[in-house]
Design a binder for this molecule. Structure first.
Ligand SMILES: [Zn+2]
Length: 323
């Protein structure tokens, strides 16, 4: 391994091999080991700097894959958020407007701030993106819950309003085709018999004797009897503060406590009580106060007919009854 060195021996006049001393051998060995280590370490450093190890490469690939998946997921979150925003807009700008409900407060709609307290990571760009995504997802979750509650609230309100719609007086108590005259003054009028001014609290609808009289909204018959002034009269309680009264009937075919639906025949036109000729005296009350019935007849009338009705209602027409 080591080359053999020779030196000239003047005593023997020969070249003789010279052997290194033990100290020289040790120095050479150390030099060799030192150089080997230096080269080895240098090689490792170079390799480490220029060639990533297999684990690192595999992790980098995984990382790339996860990043793509994360981006796809984030895209889906944004998509869901946009869809929810559309529903929220419909909720406030459509459903709640139709139902006359107050729009939800914007802060409530946003569902509060996100919740990334559990993700206190280093604020590098990628981690920031992750935190923002968590925030977005948390807000989306909160907004969805708010929206679900809002829809539930709307459903309840709708149920009540549906009931109100079917109970509220909203049609003519006599078929418009069978109506001969719409003779009425609602409000003060000169009393036909006593000759003094008195309130007329309803409308007088002239029709042939025996013409069917309809319930103008769902309700319960609160009274059905003969009364001196009203004659045969029916009171319907519609709930939500509404009541209707049908007077001077020739007869009625309901009993007190009976439930009726809008459009049910409850009696027939007559001239009982203080009445001068067959007609229906019809009253609408809201919270025990008389209201002008023409305001509740819109359902069966065309706009033109309704306008005529409104025009006629203040005219001084022939008096039908004393009520
Ligand atoms: Zn009347």
């Amino acid at each position: 391994m080591f080359r053999t060195h020779y030196h000239y021996n003047p005593e023997t006049c020969k070249y003789e091999p010279s052997f290194p001393s033990r100290q020289q051998n040790v120095r050479r060995m150390l030099l060799f080991v030192g150089l080997s280590l230096l080269i080895g370490i240098g090689g490792l450093v170079y390799y480490d700097l220029h060639y990533p190890d297999l684990d690192e490469t595999r992790l980098a690939h995984q990382n790339e894959g996860l990043k793509l998946e994360w981006e796809a997921l984030l895209g889906k979150i944004h998509h869901a958020s946009d869809k929810l925003a559309f529903i929220e807009q419909e909720d406030d700008g459509n459903y709640r407007v139709v139902l006359d409900m107050v729009p939800l407060d914007k802060n409530i709609r946003q569902g509060g701030a996100g919740g990334h307290e559990a993700y206190q990571l280093e604020p590098d760009e990628q981690v920031q993106e992750i935190k923002e995504s968590y925030d977005l997802l948390t807000r989306l979750n909160n907004r969805t819950e708010v929206q679900a509650q809002s829809l539930s609230e709307i459903e309840k309100d709708l149920t009540i309003k549906e009931e109100m719609m079917v109970t509220r007086p909203a049609m003519m108590p006599i078929d418009n085709r069978q109506l001969i005259r719409f003779n009425s003054i609602y409000g003060p009028r000169l009393h036909p018999i006593f000759g003094v001014w008195k309130n007329h609290n309803g409308l007088d609808l002239t029709a042939d004797y025996g013409t069917p009289v309809y319930a103008v909204g769902n309700g319960i018959v609160s009274l059905a009897h003969y009364n001196g002034g009203y004659g045969n009269v029916i009171f319907l309680n519609h709930g939500f503060g509404y009541e209707t009264r049908y007077a001077h009937l020739s007869r009625y075919n309901v009993v007190e406590g009976q439930r009726v639906k809008r459009g049910d025949i409850i009696g027939f036109v007559g001239s009982t009580g203080f009445s001068t000729n067959p007609h229906l005296h019809f009253e609408v009350l809201y919270r025990d106060q008389w209201r002008n019935p023409t305001d509740f007849m819109y359902r069966d009338l065309k706009q033109e007919e309704y306008n005529k009705l409104i025009q006629k209602r203040d005219q001084d027409n022939p008096k039908m009854d004393l009520r």
